[in-house]
Design a protein around this ligand. Sequence first.
Ligand SMILES: Cc1cc2nc3c(=O)[nH]c(=O)nc-3n(C[C@H](O)[C@H](O)[C@H](O)COP(=O)(O)O)c2cc1C
Length: 197
Amino acid sequence: MRVAEDPFDRFREWYEEACRDPRGEVPEAMCLSTVDEKGRPDARFVLLKGFDERGFVFYTNTNSPKARQMEGNPAVALTIYWERFRRQVRIRGRAEPVSEKEADEYFATRPRVSRLGAWASEQSQPLKSRFTLLRRVAVAARRFGTGEVPRPPFWSGYRVVPETIEFWSEGVFRLNDRIIFRRDQEGRGWSATRLYP
Ligand SMILES: Cc1cc2nc3c(=O)[nH]c(=O)nc-3n(C[C@H](O)[C@H](O)[C@H](O)COP(=O)(O)O)c2cc1C
């Protein structure tokens, strides 16, 4: 790896390479780590739905444990592993809600049943049976008929604004290659440092 000057260019390069020929993998899957009100870590996968120099965006239920945890403590980490390429990206930063407009625009691109599913799901609450979920989807379908399915008020996105982005790639005999980018003091540029594996 070169110590490139912009981590987003590097990220785009790796992401596009992983997406080009995913072979059944989910290149946009990333592990989101948060901490709860007692400082205990929690982690789960979410899907990367967009990124640019502002950060990395995913969507979820805003009443979910992860959303509550980010509200209490916006410090989060994202970890991505592209197995076929033996590449890892670690991102640490702060989660910020995306704008209503951005969330609406993304929600409108989702398939209709996924939009109904967002209305039907009380994410991470106990669910009596699969049937209850399907019935709630049917109730939402009846409610909106053939009209637009608007974004639920409890469903939106978060942008992880990175403070550090680390790129790891496997080398021979575990002599792996690592470069960490740290945002500089003014928060405008990045400085890159190579790390021991
Ligand atoms: C590959 C993968 C992608 C996922 N993507 C999302 C996602 O984008 N948004 C989401 O809310 N849950 C997603 N999930 C489900 C979450 O991992 C998790 O089960 C759910 O959001 C509840 O998490 P919480 O109780 O910590 O809030 C995904 C799961 C997997 C395995």
